[in-house]
Design a protein around this ligand. Structure first.
Ligand code: UT7
Length: 319
């Protein structure tokens, strides 16, 4: 158990990647009985990207993150790649990404579905506490390989993409302007394996209503635990960067917690649900839009198949 309390961690650079091919809601009406209006109203999704490979998108996003961080391959000590759609069942996808980036370091995958990138961030924190220098935490997905785009229960939701962040230890501490992981929570409930899964060589099977219900519960429980660890309240959170599966899930959870969509980064309309890639891609969007100021408290919030969930409250470094 990593001890509770502030642990220096700051983001040096963030990047993302989307494959060029777009599948719009209107495109889907050719293969299933649905409409743009229904999908937008019931999910908030307008389009999703398809194509590419998980390692290729991860490499592209990570290369951008490294350039923005101003680091060389020799500066990276570890690659943690969250994915639920790896290139191969074996080996993991991270070693291929490390090779493409010219890295000489450890590299492994995290399989925790849509919570994977936040799990990865908490794992990175553990390594940083042990003295590791800089870590790439990536989320990358090619969900089009496990999505049936003729099934209107699942095919409207999922798309491809990748996001990546370079993080490093920050020795300053939050009171001295340092970045820090102020609180975090990871959880799982294997009783709900059957509500969202894919068998080998299969496609995603989902009980959408039950996933919706369990997601709202997990969001509320995990946010509460993370804020408790940080000793902070809802009003202390400046920005929420949640996993995005359906805008209505967030609206239902926000009603219980007291967040508003104004506090929330939303990319779902243009990306669909990209599982482990959603949160780092939304972080990239937030930075691009200047929505994070030094000293802000940013809440990352993942939930998904497993069920798994994970949240992390980060104090953004002064510089
Ligand atoms: O990362 C986690 C991943 N998964 C999720 O987060 C999924 C969570 N669940 C959901 O997002 C929603 O449950 C869905 C979007 C999957 C479905 O939305 P819903 O509001 O739960 O719809 P529903 O299944 O209750 O269906 C309502 C109606 C039904 O028609 P009737 O029986 O009322 O006549 C469905 O047959 O809407 C119909 N319907 C559709 N109509 C047009 C269901 N899917 C569609 C569709 N297009 N794609």
């Amino acid at each position: 158990m990593i001890p509770a309390g502030p642990t220096g961690l700051r983001f040096l650079g963030v990047g993302s990647a989307l494959p060029p091919k777009i599948l719009t809601n209107d495109d889907l009406t050719a293969s299933m009985d649905t409409s743009d209006e229904w999908i937008r109203e019931r999910t908030g999704i307008g389009q999703r990207h398809i194509g590419g490979t998980t390692s290729g998108l991860a490499t592209e996003a990570a290369a951008v993150a490294m350039t923005r961080a101003g680091v060389d391959p020799a500066d990276i000590d570890l690659v943690i790649l969250a994915t639920t759609s790896p290139d191969y069942i074996c080996p993991g996808t991270a070693p291929a990404v490390a090779r493409e980036l010219g890295l000489d370091c450890g590299a492994f995958d995290v399989s925790a579905a849509c919570s994977g990138w936040v799990y990865g961030l908490t794992i990175a924190q553990g390594y940083l506490m042990q003295g590791m220098g800089r870590i790439l935490v990536i989320g990358s997905e090619t969900l089009d390989r496990i999505t049936d785009y003729t099934d209107r229960g699942t095919g409207i939701l999922f798309g491809n993409g990748a996001g990546a962040a370079v993080v490093e230890a920050d020795p300053r501490g939050p009171d001295a302007g340092g970045g820090a992981l102020l609180g975090w929570d990871t959880g799982a409930d294997g009783n709900y394996v059957h509500i969202l899964y894919s068998e080998h060589d299969g496609v995603l099977q989902m009980d959408g209503k039950e996933v919706f219900r369990q997601a709202v519960k997990a969001i509320v429980r995990s946010t509460t635990r993370t804020l408790e660890m940080a000793g902070l309240g809802i009003d202390d959170v400046d920005l929420v960067i949640p996993h995005q599966a359906n805008v209505r899930i967030l609206e239902a959870a926000w009603k219980k917690l007291g967040f508003s969509m104004d506090d929330t980064v939303e990319i779902l309309e243009r990306t669909g649900n990209t599982s482990g890639a959603t949160i780092p891609m939304a972080l990239d969007q937030a930075l691009h839009d200047d929505r994070i100021a030094p000293g802000d408290n940013v809440l990352f919030l993942g939930f998904g198949a497993g069920m798994t969930w994970a949240s992390a409250l980060v104090r953004w470094a002064e510089s």
